[in-house]
Design a protein around this ligand. Sequence first.
Ligand SMILES: *Cc1c(COP(=O)(O)O)cnc(C)c1O
Length: 397
Amino acid sequence: MPSHDWKTATRLLHDAPNRTPYGETSEALFLTSGFVYDSAEQAAATFTGDVERFQYSRFGNPTVDTFQERLALLEGAEACIATSTGMGAVSSAILSHVKTGDRVVASRALFGSCYWIVTSLLPRYGIDIELVDGSDHDGWKKALSKPTAAVLIESPSNPMLDVLDIQFIADLTHEAGGLLMVDNVFASPLGQSPLKLGADVVLYSCTKHIDGQGRVLGGAVLGTKSWISETLQPFTRNTGNALSPFNAWVLLKGLETLQLRTEAMARNAAQVADALAELSGVKTVRYPGRADHPQASLAKKQMSNGGSLIAFEVENGQAGAFACLNAFSLIAISNNLGDARSLATHPATTTHMRVAAEERARLGITDGVIRLSVGLEDPTDLINDLRIGAAAAQKSS
Ligand SMILES: *Cc1c(COP(=O)(O)O)cnc(C)c1O
């Protein structure tokens, strides 16, 4: 629990101060792999757990701890473990929780590597899996009528920005005896609070909005104190999925401006999405903040803004999409997202190339779809670049 009733912008700077006796302004960077003991007795007592103290940075590090504490306070979670990457967070959360014979249910529209973990890795260990279309409520009821250990969902989803009813899926998950894990990367921590909607575990790729400036990889898992300490921590400590102290320090700097950046990016994205919808050469626009989004009212209820990601389809399929991307002079072609710089990618040939064509079709990822991560540039400049791209797509037939 936060010790103050400060507002978010303040807490992003001042929660979990953890200053050393030197009184530094910025968080200290403990770039150390290990720690030394005053005596052999103290070392022994540390290993038995009688003395609480840093031992080794795979188990814990003061800079990483400060980041974990500040993020947990922001999310309203009891505990947090930071990991080396977002996929480290997803894989550790699931693998620490399940065993052979268990059942895992996931939403069909998942980030490419999450999809691989669920559909390729888990079955190898004798875990029964089922995928459900995000908005198919009967499908969720049916899938969760059997005992289920864990449910993994992403909302909004990558890349088509489907919005899933977190509260509804959380209730069904709990009836099935499982934990609901929500990959909250697309919404980002200030855009949506899955724990308040009934989720048990929240997952982040901190590489995205939390760093948000294209510098480091990182991940985080947030949940209850008991689940984190009894289930997740033994797994991450022993499998070595630790965040580097340097990256934790960079991510702390990222948190300082998280609200400023994500709110500005969402404002820009809303303006860009409306402009895109009017451009000739653009067939459809998907943005959770627009009234024509298929789950617009749910998005309004669950999210504090429409987020920074847009999916749009241009004319002339892959040729159109490639012509559009190649015509941009400002928006960079990159599969990263949540960055201060606007980035665009063609999911069918990059992030989702390993998803079978018929599965892509089912998810709505047609060959003309481009995913755009809107950054902090002036939206007027972005719209000009998109106009040139859309015109190139139209001419590419
Ligand atoms: C990027 C991303 C991940 C994986 O994060 P990494 O830091 O790249 O390992 C997981 N889920 C979603 C939705 C993502 O966008």
